[in-house]
Design a protein around this ligand. Structure first.
Ligand code: PGA
Ligand code: MG
Length: 226
């Protein structure tokens, strides 16, 4: 795979551009506390991130990545409301950009790339976090996990971005930290870059066989902008 024909860079958000787990873990533990359930360490909760908020809530209620099949819809929905309230109150408190992302987004924009954001995070939280980082203007398009009826690893969000911004999938690159990003890219016929520093259920992103893998955002920038 070569970068030469790529014009559209589709970024994942959590674990790729931002380290959001400190705020996600706080919100999950506040929700669990309100329900009289035990809290969990941040490293444990980090392994439950990747399939959107509802799945994070279900895993937190189950105390495991394997969801308890006995959880009722009503129980999950009530817990999800508590989680949303807690996260809305603190979705930017402890969330930070990974090193070199801030300058990198500007460099990539200045180099003529179109940037898009496709996250499994519910869309309601995304504008606030982007604004707090001063990144709103960098992205031509932003999709959340509930913007369409399906989320990554389904290819639909990536294909929707390509279609809307009028790029062929072969001109796009999906950049993310999770197997969900790599699988969505493969299914959309979009080349993929895996970043190893984020959240991938405790697994090495190279196991998902992205076209390229890097251990830092700086290494990605050096490759794209060489
Ligand atoms: O909300 C999640 O579970 C993960 O979000 P992401 O797709 O930006 O990594
Ligand atoms: Mg991610």
């Amino acid at each position: 795979m070569t970068i030469d024909n790529k014009k559209l860079l589709i970024f994942d958000f959590d674990g790729t551009l931002i380290d959001s787990v400190p705020d996600l873990a706080d919100a999950a533990n506040i929700m669990l506390g309100q329900l009289g359930k035990p809290s969990y360490p941040i490293d444990t909760i980090q392994e439950w991130v990747g399939n959107g908020s509802r799945m994070l809530v279900e895993r937190a209620l189950s105390g495991s990545i394997e969801v308890d099949p006995h959880l009722s819809d009503a129980e999950v929905e009530a817990a999800e409301r508590l989680f949303f309230d807690a996260y809305a109150a603190h979705d930017t408190s402890k969330t930070s950009a990974y090193p070199d992302v801030e300058t990198g987004l500007k460099q990539l924009t200045d180099a003529g790339f179109t940037l898009a954001l496709v996250t499994n995070k519910p869309i309601r939280f995304v504008p606030d976090i982007l604004a707090s980082l001063g990144w709103t203007s960098y992205f031509a398009m932003v999709l959340g996990g509930d913007s369409l009826s399906v989320k990554k690893p389904d290819p639909a969000p990536l294909l929707h971005v390509c279609e809307t911004l009028q790029f062929d999938p072969t001109q796009a690159l999906m950049i993310g930290d999770s197997i969900n990003d790599i699988q969505a890219g493969k299914r959309a016929n979009i080349d993929t870059v895996g970043l190893s520093y984020g959240y991938n259920y405790g697994k090495d992103i190279r196991d998902s066989q992205p076209n390229q893998a890097f251990d830092s955002f700086k290494a990605l920038l050096d490759w794209v902008l060489k």
